[in-house]
Design a protein around this ligand. Structure first.
Ligand code: ZN
Length: 113
């Protein structure tokens, strides 16, 4: 389960940030999870429950913000939400696009006490 390794890494980042501020406890974490980032939000929650077995994380609340995939078509420059893995533009049928969002897994904020 690679979500466990990911969440452990994110928790380590959060902890380092908290320590830099002289905080002793992390009360809340905010993560942005893109729907195409390859990580399942439910699996992340489960993985976090494993992390919470360690005493220092027991009081921490995990907030997940799910970010839908958005593309912008190269040909007509319109943004759209791809329906499938192949992201055909619904406006002009264009094949090439930039992914604007949906692939992020980002630690957005850490609340400390
Ligand atoms: Zn297009």
């Amino acid at each position: 389960m690679h979500e466990l390794a990911l969440i452990q890494e994110l928790c380590a980042l959060a902890q380092a940030a908290a320590e830099q501020q002289g905080a002793t406890r992390i009360t809340q974490l905010w993560l942005q999870v893109g729907d195409r980032c390859g990580v399942d939000a439910d699996a992340l929650r489960l993985a976090f429950a494993v992390v919470q077995e360690q005493h220092c994380w027991r009081q921490t609340h995990l907030n997940l913000e799910l970010v839908p995939t958005q593309c912008r078509c190269h040909r007509c420059q319109q943004p759209y939400r791809p329906e499938d893995v192949v992201a055909l533009c619904p406006h002009c049928g264009g094949l090439e696009c930039d992914r604007l969002t949906g692939q992020e897994l980002t630690l957005m904020a850490v609340e400390v006490a």
